[in-house]
Design a protein around this ligand. Structure first.
Ligand code: ZN
Ligand code: CU
Length: 497
C-alpha cells in the first residue's frame, strides 16, 4: 500500500511549466504515482496549497551543522530538502584529527570533529546523527591547501601539489560533486591561477564542477571573473560562480558588465552557472576582511557583529554604535575584537551590496539560489540562514514579480539538481525521490531579520524528505530521513535502486 498521498494540491513539477492538479502517491521513499492515487496510510490534504519538489540550497556551509544540529531546522523549515556543502574552499573533508580543530577548514567549520578523515567517513558520521535533510559535498581548496602547505604564503612544491591532488581525487572518487575555491580567504589567496587550474582539471576529468568564491568581488570583480573563466576554460570544467555580487558602493552596478561577460562565455560554448543570496549584506569570518596594520574604516562602519566569542555583548550590534557608545575610534575597536582571545572566530555581517544589483542578479534567466548561511547559532547569524528561500518566494516572486512562481521553483529545484548532478531529484515525476514541499504561495514569507534572525518562515505547510514526513505546520517531525548524496550515483546509505 502507498505510504503517503497528497491530494488536491496544485503541482509545480520543477520543470518551470504551469501548475496542474493531481494527486501524488509516495512509497518507499520514492514518488510512486502522479495522477490518481488509491487508498493509503497517511493522507495529506493540499487544498489551496502548492506542491513543489524540495528546494535545493546550492551554497551551504553546513558541513559541521550536520553533526552539531542534525535537525537542520533552519533549512528544513524553509522547504529546503538538499544542500550543497563544502563551499568557498572550506570543506569538512579531508580532515586531520591530529590538526588543531579550531584551525580546521580555516575556522569557518571550527570545532568540527569526528572520527573521520575522508568523504565516506564523514558521510557515515553524519548518517549516524540522523540528518533531517540531504547533503552533497564539494572538496575545498583552502582545506586541502592547509593540510598540504599549512598557512604559508607561497606556491606549493611539486610534492605538496601531489598531496593536494591526491585529496581532491579521493573526494571526487568517493562522490564529491566538485572542487571549490575561496580565493579571497586564507590560504587560497596565496595560490596562483595555475595551481587552481591543475586542481580544477581533476574535477573536469570527473565531469564534476569547479565552484568559486572569486578572488575579488569588489574593485577587481571583472578581473576575477576573467580568472574564473580562464580556469574553467583551461581546466575544461563546468564553472559555477558563487554568490555573484559587486561589493562596496564604488562597485555597485558592476554585476551588469559581469553578467554580460558570462553571457558571452556561455554563448561561446563554455559551461558556466551561478547563484546569489537575496540580501544586501554578506557575512563571514571578520578577520579575513581586515589587514590589522591598516584597518579599513569604511568597511568597519558598515559591519554588524553576528557572533563573537570574546565579546558576546557585541552580538547583533553595529560596530559604529558600539564605538559611539564607548566613545572610541572604530578602527581601534575593530582591532581589539580581532586580536582578543578567539577573536579570529568572530563572524560579521557587512552591508556592502546594492539592492538593485540583487534584483539584476535574480533577473538573470538561469540564476540559482544559495543561502551562504553560516550555521553558528550562538549569536545573531545573518538572516539568510533561516530566510533565503522564503524571501525569494514571498518578496521577490510574489511581491516584486521578478519571475513567475513556476520559474522560481525551477531555479531552486530541477536546475540545481541537473547542474550539481543529483540523480532523480528536483522534479515531481514518477520514480524520483520523494523530496517535496507543500506551501501557500499567498502566505509564504521570511520572518528572519538582522535583529531576530532565528525565526521560521511562514506559509510552509509540509516538507517531505525521502518519502518521510519531516516537517508539518511548524513542527519538526524528527524523521531523520536525510541522505548523503554522491555525485550522479545512488544516494549513500539510501535504498539501492
Ligand atoms: Zn563565499
Ligand atoms: Cu560561502
Amino acid at each position: 500500500m502507498t505510504d503517503i498521498a497528497i491530494r488536491n494540491a496544485l503541482i509545480l513539477d520543477g520543470s518551470g511549466a504551469e501548475g496542474f492538479e493531481a494527486d501524488i502517491g509516495i512509497s518507499g521513499g520514492m514518488i510512486e504515482s502522479v495522477g490518481t492515487v488509491g487508498a493509503c496510510q497517511t493522507e495529506i490534504n493540499g487544498e489551496g496549497l502548492t506542491l513543489a519538489p524540495g528546494l535545493i540550497d546550492t551554497h551551504a556551509h553546513d558541513d559541521g551543522a550536520f553533526l552539531r544540529h542534525p535537525d537542520m531546522t533552519f533549512k528544513l523549515s524553509q522547504g529546503v530538502t538538499t544542500v550543497v556543502s563544502g563551499n568557498c574552499g572550506f570543506s569538512a573533508i579531508p580532515f586531520d584529527p591530529d590538526a588543531d580543530a579550531r584551525a580546521a577548514s580555516g575556522g569557518i567549520l571550527s570545532g568540527l570533529g569526528g572520527n573521520f578523515t575522508d568523504l565516506s567517513g564523514y558521510f557515515d558520521a553524519v548518517l549516524e546523527a540522523k540528518p533531517a535533510i540531504n547533503n552533497m559535498m564539494l572538496v575545498g581548496h583552502n582545506t586541502v591547501r592547509s593540510l598540504a602547505v599549512s598557512d604559508q604564503k607561497r606556491a606549493p612544491s611539486e610534492r605538496e601539489m601531489q598531496t593536494m591532488q591526491g585529496h581532491v581525487e579521493q573526494a571526487l572518487e568517493q562522490g564529491a560533486c566538485g572542487f571549490s575555491t575561496g580565493l579571497i580567504y586564507h590560504p587560497g589567496r596565496y595560490s596562483q591561477t595555475e595551481e587552481i587550474i591543475r586542481l580544477a582539471s581533476l574535477a573536469g576529468s570527473a565531469n564534476a564542477l569547479y565552484t568559486t568564491h572569486m578572488r575579488n568581488e569588489g574593485d577587481r570583480l571583472l578581473e576575477a571573473v576573467e580568472e574564473a573563466l580562464q580556469i574553467g576554460d583551461e581546466a575544461r570544467v563546468h564553472t559555477h560562480i558563487s554568490h555573484h555580487k559587486a561589493a562596496g558602493p564604488g562597485n555597485w552596478g558592476k554585476v551588469t558588465p559581469s553578467l554580460s561577460r558570462i553571457d558571452r562565455a556561455i554563448a561561446s560554448g563554455q559551461a558556466v552557472s551561478m547563484d546569489v543570496y537575496p540580501y544586501t549584506a554578506g557575512s563571514g569570518r571578520m578577520i579575513e576582511y581586515f589587514n590589522l596594520d591598516r584597518i579599513n574604516r569604511d568597511l568597519a562602519e558598515v559591519i554588524r557583529i553576528a557572533s563573537c566569542p570574546a565579546f558576546r555583548a557585541y552580538e547583533g550590534r553595529m560596530l559604529k554604535d558600539i564605538a559611539a557608545e564607548q566613545q572610541r575610534d572604530i578602527t581601534e575597536l575593530t582591532r581589539e575584537i580581532l586580536t582578543a582571545p578567539r577573536g579570529e572566530n568572530t563572524i560579521c555581517i557587512q552591508f556592502i551590496i546594492d539592492e538593485a544589483d540583487v534584483e539584476t542578479n535574480l533577473r538573470w534567466p538561469e540564476m540559482m539560489v544559495g543561502s551562504d548561511g553560516i550555521p553558528d547559532l550562538r549569536g545573531k547569524p545573518h538572516p539568510r540562514l533561516y530566510g533565503t528561500f522564503a524571501k525569494i518566494l514571498g518578496h521577490y516572486v510574489r511581491d516584486r514579480a521578478l519571475m513567475s512562481l513556476p520559474e522560481a521553483i525551477r531555479r531552486m529545484t530541477s536546475l540545481p539538481a541537473a547542474t550539481f548532478g543529483m540523480r532523480q531529484r528536483g522534479m515531481i515525476q514518477t520514480g524520483f525521490h520523494a523530496d517535496l514541499v507543500l506551501f501557500d504561495p499567498a502566505l509564504v514569507a521570511d520572518t528572519a531579520t538582522y535583529d531576530e534572525p532565528q525565526t521560521l518562515a511562514q506559509g510552509i505547510d509540509t516538507v517531505i524528505v525521502n518519502g518521510k514526513l519531516a516537517f508539518q505546520r511548524g513542527q519538526h517531525q524528527m524523521a531523520g530521513s536525510g541522505q548523503m548524496l554522491r555525485y550522479r550515483e545512488t544516494a549513500h546509505g539510501g535504498p539501492k535502486l
